[in-house]
Unconditional design. Sequence first.
Length: 135
Amino acid sequence: PPRSTLFPYTTLFRSPSVLASNDPLPAWRETYNCGKRLALTSIGFSTLSGIKSYLDAGSTDPRYLVVAGLSASVGAWTGIFMAGVNNKLFAIEDADKTKSDCRIRKLILEWSGYQWGRTALSIAAFLVDVWIIYS
């Protein structure tokens, strides 16, 4: 069966830590840079795993494709909703971060909200995965 992935670590722990930081911009950049490769890899493997499980089983069970679709939607969600916020945060120069602190914190709050969307999609894929395994 496919193996969906969960993203609650960033949502539950990293985002609040970034906001609690005295200097949230570098903390956000570190979170982003550390998680980017892992997220892309997880999304790719879970999407391909769902498709492969569907094809290997010779099944007409659409739940495999639901897992693949939900997993892929995490990437789409990121591109559609989070990329603009990411770009705005990367555009803020370190020299400007003191006068932009309020703006930075608002953007990080927005980013954290979108992160919850990624988490919800991942949890939905995981739950369908569990349903497949135990039915």
